[in-house]
Write a protein that binds this ligand. Structure first.
Ligand code: SAH
Ligand code: SF4
Length: 469
């Protein structure tokens, strides 16, 4: 659960502008989980936006801000080059800035946003999940994954999520607050630092693993939260990630994936931004009866409507949409549903990414069996639909899709799968004190077939939980 009721680590906000809190309201007006105040188990104490950080602004905005603070405007370029270009945050290393200015400057525009509470690794060192405490005590997670040809980070866009999908651990705790642009960007910058340090392995070879590029290349918005419910900040974060240094990190837009539960107006709006990012649509059922249950926002925007929005995105961006489908045993894995999905997608600019359901605390659902999964894949392919099965990277550290819930490591670990109270479908808002726990589904959207290297984390799971497999 978030925050354990204490306001931990509140930053001194000396003269630092605090980002406006009204932006916490999703522009799409679709908070299923209700207002933060209603979330009994979510964090007593008000969720507050962090102080402004240079990554919240574009370069022109940073120059104006520094000029207002009495600095030379070009200091914005210098400090931005350190942060984005060299991944340096320590003022002592910014030797091109006069010593007297450095600390004052860094304190003003680089307030620490993410305090690492814990880092866990698995897959032979190829997967690293970080738990971060934000300035107001909110907790979020990000997951870094090394492959032979790429380095991917899965980032959170909100602390919690208000969408209430019953199979997703994040959805069980409700929404605490939106993350600021810089809180999102900083997860990527911190991941890039780790990648540059060379500690990641690709997980190949069953242990110490093969080599991995030292440059972070891919970002997926598949951590905690619904990115399009925090629309403006997520789009600004995408712009920062794409802009070349010193304005931003200089990643390729084609290497970014924004995953959405299906907020139709926001999908259309994103299509108009002309950012060639990949859109992932979490469909999970081809029929409204079942999708209403699995993805509650479907009661607002139906399957036909959300697919129309996806095709609009594909047409305008020229990018193939990734249709995410978590296979849940005896729930959405029937052959007829595969056939129906195949008919909906045939001939469209889309591919299906099947996700073996990851275990979440208290859930009564399980992954489909392998034969059923294979038959599902076969039928989709027979319908002419490109289909992959996503790997289960991070599953043993609850760093896999839908397992991110960001709990404090107050017990033997922060992987508390199996220890949370049971809850059924529709029980979206947790009011118990011990809810919650980890979740985060994070994976590479490209769908590699799973290679899970046991790393000794499995013993941190609670007894008797469904999480054990
Ligand atoms: N809110 C966004 C992005 C974060 S969730 C969305 O829903 O798309 C990232 C992905 O993980 C989504 O496709 C989501 O449906 C999936 N997911 C959530 N819980 C899961 C679970 N327990 N097992 C497998 N996938 C899950
Ligand atoms: Fe939110 Fe995505 Fe989880 Fe649904 S699956 S509750 S939208 S994070």
């Amino acid at each position: 659960m978030h925050g354990h009721g204490k306001m931990v680590g509140v930053m001194p906000t000396t003269a630092l502008p605090v980002l406006p809190a009204e932006a916490v309201t999703p522009p799409t007006d679709v908070t299923v989980g209700g207002p933060v105040e209603a979330l009994g188990g979510q964090g007593r104490g008000r969720a507050a936006m962090p102080p402004q950080h240079l990554a919240d602004l574009d370069l022109a905005g940073r120059r104006a801000w520094l000029a207002d603070l009495g600095h030379k405007a070009y200091r914005a370029d210098q400090i931005s080059r350190h942060y984005f270009g060299r991944l340096v945050r320590d003022p002592a290393a910014m030797t091109d800035i006069p010593g007297a200015d450095r600390d004052r400057l860094a304190a003003a525009v680089l307030p620490p946003l993410l305090t690492q509470v814990r880092e866990r690794t698995c897959d032979g060192g190829a997967t690293r999940k970080s738990l971060w405490r934000l300035h107001d005590g909110s907790l979020v997670e990000s997951v870094l994954m090394g492959y032979p040809d790429r380095v991917t980070v899965c980032v959170s866009s909100q602390a919690g999520c208000g969408m209430g999908c019953p199979f997703c651990a994040t959805g069980q705790g409700g929404l605490r607050r939106n993350l600021s642009t810089a809180e999102i960007v900083d997860q990527v910058v911190r991941a890039a630092e780790v990648a540059a340090s060379g500690v990641l392995s690709s997980g190949h070879g069953g242990g110490a693993g093969g080599t991995v590029p030292s440059r972070l290349s891919h970002v997926v918005f598949m951590g905690m939260g619904e990115p399009l419910a925090n629309y403006a900040r997520v789009v600004a974060a995408v712009r920062r990630l794409i802009a070349p240094p010193p304005e931003g990190l200089g990643l390729s837009a084609r290497h970014l994936t924004v995953s959405t539960v299906g907020l139709v107006p926001a999908i259309h709006r994103l299509a108009e931004e002309n950012l060639p990012v990949t859109l992932a649509l979490s469909l999970h059922a081809p029929d409204d009866d079942l999708r209403d249950e699995l993805v509650p926002i479907n009661e607002r925007w139906k399957v036909a409507e959300v697919l129309e929005a996806a095709w609009d995105y594909a047409a305008r961006s020229g990018r193939r949409v990734s249709i995410e489908y978590a296979l849940i045993r005896d729930v959405n894995d029937q052959p007829w549903r595969a056939d129906l999905l195949g008919r909906l997608l045939a001939g469209k600019l889309a591919h299906v990414n099947l996700i073996p359901l990851n275990p979440t605390p208290g859930s009564r659902w399980d992954a489909s069996t392998k034969p059923v999964e294979r038959e599902f894949v076969r039928r989709l392919r027979a319908a002419g639909v490109a289909t992959t099965v996503r790997d289960t990277r991070g599953r043993e550290i609850d760093g896999a899709c839908g397992q991110l819930a960001a709990s404090e490591p107050t017990r033997s670990s922060y992987s508390l799968a199996g220890q949370g109270p049971a809850r059924g479908v529709g029980s979206v808002i947790d009011t118990g004190a011990s809810v919650a726990q980890t979740r985060s589904l994070v994976q590479d959207p490209v769908g590699r077939t799973g290679r899970l290297v046991q790393s000794g984390w499995a013993d941190s799971r609670g007894p008797g939980g469904k999480a054990k497999r």
